[in-house]
Design a protein around this ligand. Structure first.
Ligand SMILES: Nc1ncnc2c1ncn2[C@@H]1O[C@H](COP(=O)(O)OP(=O)(O)O)[C@@H](O)[C@H]1O
Ligand SMILES: [Mg+2]
Length: 225
């Protein structure tokens, strides 16, 4: 379970310019939540706070009972390596590693032995339909394929929580739907939790529920079609 209570974040001296406050959220295992909101409202900052990559000015963030707020950098980094998976708009696939090595990366960071890392990476590549591309270089893949590699990498170490910031923002609408469905399917299959930031309503509708970020907090969005 992922729990946020009364979270506050601001910038400037003593957090004078408040980005959000009083923000609360509960996500259960197997659940995917979409967060929408205007550009600049603080969606990416919120995701960074959730991962302990940015400090907060108050409140609590707990992943499976572990409080992140106040943890030291090293403990946070360890928690991120073990329990978080990330998918970014710009893919962040490393060009000098082949496809399978990119997927294996989180396992290398956890000191898994090479044979096991390779086996798990290939199993995830099979899951996202790219096993036949395992030995290819990233530059040989399309944008949609690169994001499927990123999905495999985000889940290969069986994280508890997957954070995705505009994961289909760089894809054409035709490819975006398939990639997003794959991401949500993989998160649900793994019994993980997903938080998906998007400005696309079509994308958000694929999640279990939609929340809208505003300076006042995270509010449920009525899902009417
Ligand atoms: N380190 C920072 N210092 C001051 N302002 C920042 C900092 N990081 C982000 N911001 C501001 O916070 C706001 C939210 O940014 P962001 O989280 O990227 O929004 P979104 O992802 O919703 O488009 C923006 O107005 C941005 O300028
Ligand atoms: Mg953003």
């Amino acid at each position: 379970m992922f729990e946020i209570d009364d979270l506050k974040k601001g910038f400037g001296s003593a957090g004078t310019s408040v980005l959000f406050a009083g923000l609360s959220l509960r996500v259960q295992r197997g659940e995917c939540v979409a967060i929408m909101g205007e550009s600049g409202v603080g969606k990416s900052t919120l995701l960074n706070c959730m991962a302990g990559l940015e400090s907060v000015d108050g409140g609590s963030i707990r992943l499976d009972g572990t409080e992140l707020v106040g943890l030291g950098d090293e403990a946070l980094a360890g928690l991120r390596r073990h329990r978080f998976g990330f998918v970014f708009q710009a893919f962040h696939i490393l060009p000098h590693l082949d496809v399978a090595q990119n997927v294996a990366l989180p396992l290398w960071l956890l000191d898994a032995d090479d044979a096991r890392a390779d086996r798990c990476a290939r199993a995830m590549l099979e899951r996202v339909g790219l096993l036949d591309r395992a030995g290819d270089w990233p530059r040989e893949l399309s944008g949609g394929e690169l994001q499927r590699v990123a999905i495999a990498r985000a889940l290969v170490h069986r994280p508890s929580l997957v954070l995705a910031d505009e994961p289909t923002g760089n894809l054409d609408p035709g490819r975006a739907a398939g990639v997003l469905d794959l991401l949500l399917e993989c998160i649900r299959d793994a019994g993980a939790m997903g938080i998906l930031v998007t400005h696309s309503r079509t994308a958000a509708l694929r999640a279990d529920r939609i929340l809208r970020l505003s300076p006042g907090g995270l509010l449920p969005e009525a899902v009417s079609t």
